[in-house]
Write a protein that binds this ligand. Structure first.
Ligand code: AMP
Length: 284
């Protein structure tokens, strides 16, 4: 595996691969890799001839009061894990290379995909995400890029950007990888103390409870959201940013779950903000 810090070295690597007719799968990450990230890389490995990943804690997607400084970083460990699943290129740019002094161009998107839920609670977040993804796509020029459905809005926003800007990249959404007790894997889970870690399992339990109610014939989105909210509250003190049930493509709120709809949750456990979601699927 090659590790590159410079944009020029990354371009050189991927262009050489493309000249050999190799198709490139790309997995952008912020590092602190876990099995969720590795599942994306393994899939990219199966579906492409070469796999590139990026490890970059992107400052522009964090708000001023968020955890940019505290975000876990361990490039040596990440490199060993990536190499273990057959990654060919790890691109770990310096912030100054991604955002040179005087950079004033950003990718902005409008509409419910970026303005609701995470977009409403984290102003500027998706502008940062889309700007860095746009830039990484231009540097790596992948054939396919792999994103986890844990960040449901993120993959929807990136797919929208790729459509809107006619980028020649297939966006591949990948399933959420969970711990054995259901907690969605996240680099931020390592900030949870033992109590918060135990309590955080309520997110998945709440989402499963909503699915069970839907299976039992409750189709009101408000009632199903209440089931999730109540499960979180029953588990102990946590601050809920939102529980929402929305259309899987438009992300507009739905009243009734007659067709599949996504239930999304964001909540804080002992100072750590976690997100998760589940595709509520009516029987039959
Ligand atoms: P991050 O490093 O948090 O920016 O995540 C990089 C990519 O890994 C994003 O596409 C995430 O959605 C994906 N990812 C993170 N956690 C998981 C997970 N538990 N299961 C599947 N994909 C994930």
């Amino acid at each position: 595996m090659t590790t590159a810090h410079a944009i020029a070295d990354t371009r050189h690597f991927v262009r050489a691969a493309r000249q050999q007719g190799r198709r490139i799968g790309f997995v952008p990450t912020m590092g602190a890799l876990h099995q969720g990230h590795l599942s994306l890389m393994e899939r990219a490995r199966r579906e492409n001839d070469a796999v590139a990943i990026s490890v970059f804690v992107n400052p522009t997607q964090f708000g001023p009061a968020e955890d940019f400084d505290a975000y876990p970083r361990d490039l040596d460990r990440d490199a060993a894990l990536a190499e273990g699943v057959g990654v060919d290129l790890l691109f770990a740019p310096r912030a100054a290379a991604m955002y040179p002094d005087g950079a004033t161009t950003y990718v902005d998107q409008a509409g419910p995909i970026v303005e609701t839920l995470e977009g409403a609670h984290r102003p500027g977040h998706f502008r940062g995400v889309l700007t860095v993804c746009g830039k990484l796509f231009h540097i790596v020029e992948p054939d396919r890029a792999y994103f986890g459905q844990k960040d449901y809005q993120q993959v929807a926003a990136v797919a929208q950007m790729v459509r809107d800007l006619a980028l020649p990249i297939a966006i591949v959404p990948c399933p959420i990888v969970r711990e054995p007790d259901g907690l969605a894997m996240s680099s931020r889970n390592q900030h949870l103390d033992a109590d918060a870690r135990q309590q955080a399992t309520c997110i998945h339990r709440g989402l499963q409870a909503a699915q069970a109610c839907l299976d039992a014939g409750v189709s009101s989105a408000a009632a199903l959201a209440d089931v999730v909210r109540q499960t979180l509250l029953d588990a102990g003190h946590c601050t809920i940013d939102y529980v929402a049930i929305v259309h899987p493509q438009t992300l507009a709120p739905v009243d009734t779950v007659a067709e599949p709809a996504v239930a999304l949750v964001a909540a804080h456990f002992g100072g750590t903000r976690l997100i998760d979601n589940h595709l509520l699927t009516p029987k039959g």
